[in-house]
Ligand binder design. Structure first.
Ligand code: NAD
Length: 495
């Protein structure tokens, strides 16, 4: 059912026209925190023309594998702004993540999570923390392309694209500039994944050069993550590929004091989605104990996005004053430090009662006059000269031995190309492998053109045919190309 309603509260500020917004109340604690947030937004004078859609558990159970009905997309495409409470993803049964579906379908490439400490109002070991995590939202291992290839081996493809890197990195720098931040840090694992994470790092360096007013730095993700968890005050804006961003944005939110405080915006060229970072916490559902702060602060981000910064400020400042006054929900209540433990509804009432007030110790929010963050599509680039120079052939060969396998493979060589390498799980086992290397039933044989010799698709098909008739089980091939003379493939480990 779609419910249309217009919220026109008693805000003193001159109101812009009501902005169309799609709202989903979600599952678990979702409905009660959304109800609390909509009451605060209304009381603060937010002008929203709301369309409600239902998503989540009930919709999954009705047979919609992504948890959303086809007609809900019409609302999302009409309003282009989505205020979403958390939903429950049923376990097993081939259900797809609704969030991943919505982000990718609507092209919401940037996930922005401000993670700030609210000390002394909320206890945290990191009172100086004020970090914004900018996570790439569409690529990386989240392409969901997975295969089982042999009895023993499954794989997941990690896809990183140049336009994807350019968009997210530029967004991080533009966000830093618009919000008066001084530094952007990038985390990757490009010492291991030289092509995929290497591209993200390279694009980061290229884009950073366009923003000389903003400091930039790169960390290998493992030590960067350790520093972020231990000394978050070292960081300002952090930009990361999808998987690292997924993990570290939760770590960063948790160390601000409670995961219940975290808000996020998912931004794309055509639409945006605003939500709390936490899930539906089903065990706490219906108890009026959940903290609505994450969803409320997501609502603040939405109002800034909708061009209602004065309303956003009123809510943020009233919320900050409420927590400063020691009025806390269960998750952040500390005996001695907090004044009163409030339920979800009473917390929303306390925020509403403070609309128009500002915090005394915490920095008041100021959103008016901030430049909009430009969303520019990446500039087209000239195409590289691409030359086929070989092929990696992946084989399912149980109980094979490297030397014997090499002998069979070498029988399939032809004049222009030869077997140059065999690896198992990426480690070189031929030529000159070590007997200690553990081998599975999944092998990679690399055939490369001899110096000066041509290699082409008909030769490749001939090679595959000979391997097949030699009794080998080819499970996949990857062509080896150079791009403007640079190899577009990694060397085998130990090569
Ligand atoms: P969760 O975030 O729902 O809850 C983990 C714990 O954090 C809770 O038990 C609770 O102690 C605390 N917590 C979370 N939000 C809180 C709040 N607002 N106030 C007070 N305490 C809060 O994580 P989970 O239990 O792993 O996931 C539950 C369901 O939520 C799963 O089905 C999962 O798939 C889904 N989920 C949805 C989203 C989303 O819709 N964006 C995000 C994450 C998880």
């Amino acid at each position: 059912m779609t419910l249309h309603q217009t919220l026109t509260g008693p805000g003193a500020v001159p109101a812009p026209a009501p902005a169309p917004v799609t709202v989903a109340r979600g599952d678990g604690i979702g409905p009660e925190i959304m109800e609390a947030c909509l009451r605060v937004l209304e009381a603060a004078g937010a002008r929203l023309a709301i369309e409600e859609i239902e998503l989540g558990e009930a919709v999954y159970r009705q047979g919609h594998s992504a948890g959303i009905r086809p007609e809900s997309w019409d609302s999302l495409r009409r309003t282009r702004v989505f205020y979403k409470a958390p939903i429950t993803t049923p376990q097993g049964g081939g259900f797809k993540s609704l969030n991943v579906t919505v982000r990718k379908t609507l092209g919401l490439f940037a996930n922005v999570r401000p993670c700030a400490a609210y000390a002394p109002a909320i206890a945290t070991r990191h009172p100086g923390m004020d970090v914004v995590i900018v996570r790439e939202n569409e690529e990386d291992l989240y392409a969901g392309i997975e295969h089982r290839q042999t009895d023993e081996v499954v794989q997941c493809l990690k896809l990183i694209t140049r336009p994807g890197c350019e968009r997210i990195v530029r967004y991080a720098f533009d966000h830093a500039r618009a919000h008066g931040r001084r530094k952007v840090s990038c985390f990757t694992k490009d010492n291991i994944m030289k092509l995929t994470d290497g591209l993200f790092h390279r694009v980061f360096d290229e884009v950073a050069a366009e923003y000389p007013d903003i400091e930039s730095e790169h960390w290998i993700v493992d030590i960067g993550a350790a520093k972020l968890a231990d000394s978050p005050e070292m960081f300002d804006v952090v930009v990361l590929p999808n998987l690292y961003g997924d993990i570290l944005s939760d770590v960063a939110a948790q160390i601000t004091g409670s995961v219940g405080l975290g808000a996020s915006a998912n931004i794309g060229e055509h639409a945006a989605m605003f939500e709390a970072i936490h899930g539906s916490a089903p065990r706490h559902a219906g108890q009026d104990t959940a903290n609505p702060s994450g969803l409320l602060l997501a609502g603040v981000m939405m109002l800034v996005h909708l061009g209602q910064p004065e309303v956003a400020e009123r809510i943020h400042n009233a919320w900050a004053r409420t927590i400063e006054d020691g009025l806390h929900t269960r998750d952040i209540f500390r005996e001695g430090a907090s004044r009163e433990r409030l339920g979800t509804r009473a917390f929303a009432d306390a925020v509403i009662a403070r609309l128009g007030e500002a915090p005394r110790q915490l920095r008041p929010a100021s959103y008016a006059g901030r430049p909009a963050i430009p969303l520019r599509p990446p500039a087209p680039r000239p195409r590289a000269q691409k030359v086929l120079v070989g092929v990696d052939v992946f084989l399912h060969a149980p109980d094979a031995r490297p030397d014997a396998l090499a002998q069979t493979l070498r029988a399939a060589e032809d004049g222009p190309y030869a077997l140059s390498l065999i690896t198992n799980r990426g480690v070189k086992v031929w030529p000159d492998g070590l007997p200690e290397t553990f081998c599975t039933d999944h092998w990679r044989a690399r055939f490369t053109a001899r110096p000066g010799a041509p290699f082409n698709k008909p030769m490749l098909l001939g090679l595959l045919s000979r391997l097949h008739y030699a009794g080998l089980d080819v499970v996949k091939t990857e062509n080896l190309y150079t791009f403007d003379g640079e190899p577009g493939f990694s060397l085998g480990q130990g090569q």
